[in-house]
Design a protein around this ligand. Structure first.
Ligand code: CP3
Length: 338
């Protein structure tokens, strides 16, 4: 299993490859199943469907990892902030005040919802070939809380961060609840068969300096420590998106791999690769556009990262209209068949 070997710091001749959001709308088989499945939420919470979708990109492309089809917003949903999905508009969480969250979440916790994710992982694991790793995932507290406190979907995450900083006590209480739930959900996924957990902090770069430390770096470190304390044999990939110079501040004993964006510099690559595995970092736009530039950029990444074991991936999720032939081309180049 080459992806696991790389996470064990063994260099493979050909780097493992998977792509974020690899099960999604760019695939005709996904769109077809979605039509039958009665909406996104139903897809996430029906293990048979979630498992089928997880396997679609594996069957088509033979990626080195499958990532379970789910969403980072299942945690607030399970805690009692109902998640709905409007076609074309994306996910929406019920409007709730931070006080209501803090007082009701510990009581509401609906384990049944997250159990559907574990069932989907078990089913996927039983159907997956032995060479392909299975990844579970969670959102980090900062990114999840941005969605939780943005029921109007204004996407003013700076404003939400400002609110969290002004209400430190409440923010701490909310983060505590989220951290515990993120740890439990990670362990649930590992016990069900996920060999790796990826922690998505998609909006980490809204916070800078001390704020980044307090709201992203420190919570992620605590989460990783708690997971590894409970389950020793697991791997953690963290994805603090576009934090630039701060990637190196996420180097930590209980982190195995850092997923980086195009904003990483050579100096930082060297610094990270001394201690940790790197995952990254092809631009989704470049993948979408294809052509000569795609070839050049893919080869550049192979050149920049391949001195040490590394995982080929994008810098963020694949765009919904990406041509399938471009994905095929990247895989061919990485596996050196072109
Ligand atoms: O990578 C994978 O293939 C696994 C599945 C996965 C989904 N969401 C399925 C999904 C993963 C890892 C996520 C994580 C996620 N979800 C994040 C963090 C990573 C990132 O990409 O930023 C965030 C912020 C969410 C919340 C979320 N879910 C948003 C903002 C949206 C709407 C945006 C969009 O792409 O439409 C979703 C919906 C969603 N989650 C889809 C999928 C396949 C699209 C569903 C559809 O309309 O068909």
């Amino acid at each position: 299993m080459i992806l696991i070997n790389v996470l064990k710091k063994k260099k493979e001749k050909i780097p493992p490859i998977w792509i974020m959001r690899q099960a999604g709308r760019y695939l005709p088989e996904f769109r077809k199943l979605k039509k039958k499945a009665k909406g996104f939420i139903n897809m996430v919470y029906t293990p048979k469907i979630a498992s089928e979708i997880t396997l679609q990109p594996i069957k088509r492309f033979g990626f080195d990892a499958a990532i379970i089809f789910s969403d980072i917003l299942t945690i607030p949903d399970a805690l009692g902030q109902e998640l709905t999905y409007e076609e074309g508009k994306g996910p929406k969480l019920k409007k709730m005040s931070i006080d209501e969250m803090i007082s009701t979440f510990p009581v509401n916790n609906n384990k049944e919802k997250l159990h559907q994710v574990y069932k989907a992982i078990k089913e996927t694991k039983s159907r997956l070939n032995k060479e392909t790793a299975l990844i579970g995932f969670v959102g980090a507290p900062l990114t999840i809380s941005f969605f939780m406190l943005d029921s109007k979907k204004e996407k003013k995450y700076k404003k939400i961060l400002f609110f969290l900083k002004k209400n430190k006590k409440k923010a701490k209480a909310l983060f505590n609840i989220l951290e515990n739930e993120i740890v439990n959900h990670s362990i649930g996924q590992i016990k069900a068969g996920a060999q790796i957990i990826q922690i998505f902090d998609t909006w980490a770069n809204v916070a800078k300096g001390k704020d980044l430390k307090m709201f992203s770096i420190d919570p992620i470190k605590r989460i990783c420590t708690k997971i590894k304390k409970k389950v020793k044999k697991t791997f953690i990939i963290i994805f603090p998106r576009n934090v630039g110079r701060a990637y190196i501040n996420y180097i930590y004993k209980d982190v195995d791999c850092i997923s980086v964006g195009e904003d990483v510099t050579k100096k930082e690559i060297n610094e990270i690769q001394k201690k940790k595995i790197i995952q990254g970092n092809l631009s989704p736009e470049t993948l979408f556009n294809g052509g000569k530039k795609l070839e050049i950029e893919t080869k550049k990444i192979l050149n920049n990262f391949s001195k040490k074991p590394f995982i080929f991936n994008l810098s963020h999720g694949i765009m919904p209209k990406t041509p399938i032939k471009n994905v095929e081309k990247v895989i061919e180049i990485v596996r050196n068949k072109k």
